[in-house]
Design a binder for this molecule. Structure first.
Ligand SMILES: Nc1ncnc2c1ncn2[C@@H]1O[C@H](COP(=O)(O)OP(=O)(O)OP(=O)(O)O)[C@@H](O)[C@H]1O
Ligand SMILES: [Mg+2]
Length: 507
């Protein structure tokens, strides 16, 4: 089915998020949309899906103008969407989520549970999805949760599927599986709008590429274009996709993790007896397939985990037993894996979020007296430095695009005077220009003699930034290897294969 957008315009106050956007997607076409953080991609898709009302413009399906005011109108017109942030209810089962979906479908009546199970099975069999209709969503890996959203769209017979950054939270393997699903859908004639910041994926999957900058379509590109070409079209300047990592001088141990074990509430060990040192002037990356204890290990660095044994010291000072705030004030900068859960307070303004843990300290406050003007001017400075696309620093952080929220967390954490930077998936959701900037900043921290502990599921990021790489597997550190390790060797280690790979367990 074909989709055509004509002159879609949408403003939020003075900001024109979509400026007369024209776009056409043919039957069975995978159409990628590339654009910087805040370019207006999600806004455009939310308009097509009936979640946001356009100020003007038309949406045509098979050449016929459709009046889409809510998601059920979109579904009725054959348009389905998988969101940047999933919209499933975690405590419900897969079937319940499909029946009780956030959008009520007006045509043909709602499914009941029994019908939903049958429909799930039909779609799952057709695409070789392994999804148990009675599994609780919160117990499923992220990749499977996403499949549930895709199944829902397919059950409601979507012929145009919108995928807004579907791979941001997926492992490399889940990403490959998704790209295969997309190809199967395409072969059946489904049209797909694919939003991603990963140029490799665009090249692998897209038939056509449209580039949006500051709310406007600025061009189209062929998938045969190089990553460098695509990057500069998007950002409007050349982008260095691989950071230059100069020589570094290693100093004393700053962060010292000894025999650290972390248990879940049932007493099962998620992190097992981890010992690791991070020195001044080095980046140590923790690599591993998601779910091997990295998230818990990262959270333990600021005491966000409950059941912890062992020791973590910063310059000799014990961190375990302290509060999160005390941990931060010992000199840790912390970029959490989930900006929504641990990184930001959505209802607070951008400027408040930029100084969260410093709000009651000089220069922002003295005793009980607060200095809002200082907070605002500091916020303006960081917004400029990190190129955060905003209207006013007093706006709620919730109004920002996904990537710009991430930049708020980074700007706050990379601006504090610290000893150690602990960063989890720091570039998740960022555009290529912003990734370049963040990578430079992380290397600058290292070159200034700080210790960096980086958690990343992106192999390219690990290989580009790390001086040493610790591979986690099933809660343990399987090996510590130098950054000269090959992608293949690293991949094998991440899969738990040690024999014959690199130097094995050596620091
Ligand atoms: N509800 C809203 N209120 C005010 N501004 C908004 C709102 N929704 C979006 N915006 C603004 O519109 C612009 C476009 O945001 P959008 O989410 O569409 O960007 P995006 O291209 O999807 O970016 P990202 O790659 O970071 O996800 C941003 O500047 C954002 O701050
Ligand atoms: Mg977006």
């Amino acid at each position: 089915m074909s989709l055509e957008l004509r002159g879609i315009t949408k403003s939020f106050g003075a900001l024109v998020a979509n400026d007369s956007i024209d776009l056409s997607v043919g039957t069975g076409e995978i159409h990628a949309i590339l654009g910087e953080n805040g370019a207006g991609k999600s806004t455009l898709m939310n308009i097509v899906y009936g979640l946001v009302a356009a100020d003007s413009g038309e949406i045509l399906v098979e050449g016929v103008v459709k009046n889409i005011r809510k998601p059920s109108d979109a579904l009725a017109a054959g348009i389905g969407m998988v969101h940047q942030h999933f919209m499933l209810v975690p405590v419900f089962t897969v079937a319940e989520n499909i029946v009780l979906g956030h959008e009520k479908v007006g045509f043909g009546g709602l499914l009941n549970l029994a019908d939903a199970r049958i429909a799930i099975k039909r779609v799952s069999d057709e695409f070789n999805f392994e999804v148990d209709p009675d599994a609780r969503v919160e117990d499923l890996p992220v990749g499977v949760q996403q499949r549930v959203e895709i199944i829902r769209a397919l059950i409601y017979d979507a012929k145009v599927l919108i995928l807004d950054e579907p791979t941001a939270v997926l492992t490399p393997q889940e990403t490959d599986e998704l790209l295969n699903i997309m190809k199967n859908l395409k072969a059946r004639g489904t049209s797909i709008i694919f939003i991603t910041h990963k140029l490799r994926e665009v090249k692998a999957a897209a038939d056509r590429i449209t580039i949006i900058r500051r709310g406007k379509v600025v061009g189209t590109a062929e998938p045969s274009a190089s990553q460098e070409e695509l990057a500069s079209l998007m950002v409007g300047r050349p982008v260095q996709l691989n950071p230059d990592k100069g020589a570094h001088t290693i100093g004393a141990t700053i962060l010292d993790i000894k025999n650290l074990t972390i248990k879940d509430p049932t007493g099962r060990a998620i992190v097992k007896d981890v010992t690791l040192e991070v020195h001044a002037g080095e980046v140590v990356a923790i690599a591993g397939v998601q779910g091997n204890g990295q998230s818990e290990l990262a959270r333990a660095m600021v005491n966000l985990e409950a059941h912890v044994e062992g020791s973590i010291t910063i310059n000799g000072e014990e961190l375990i037993g302290k509060t999160v705030r005390q941990a931060l004030h010992l000199g840790i900068a912390f970029v959490p894996e989930s900006r929504e859960l641990d990184g930001l307070i959505s209802s607070f303004s951008i400027s408040e979020n930029l100084i969260l843990d410093l709000h009651d300290l000089p220069p922002f406050a003295k005793g009980v007296q607060l200095f809002p003007a200082v907070v605002a001017s500091e916020a303006e400075k960081r917004v400029a430095e990190f190129d955060i696309r905003i209207q006013a620093v007093s706006d709620p952080v919730s109004s920002l695009s996904g990537g710009n929220k991430q930049k708020v967390v980074l700007a706050r954490e990379l601006s504090r005077p610290v000893q150690v930077l602990v960063a989890s998936q720091p570039t998740r959701g960022l555009d290529v220009g912003s990734i370049e900037f963040v990578h430079e900043r992380i290397l600058a921290e290292r070159d200034a003699g700080r210790g960096v502990l980086l958690f990343s599921t992106e192999l390219d990021e690990v290989l580009a930034l790390a001086d040493r790489i610790a591979v986690m597997y099933r809660g343990e550190i399987l090996a510590i290897v130098p950054s000269t390790v090959s992608r293949e060797e690293l991949g094998l280690l991440m899969a738990g294969v040690v024999d014959g790979v690199g130097k094995g367990k050596s620091a």
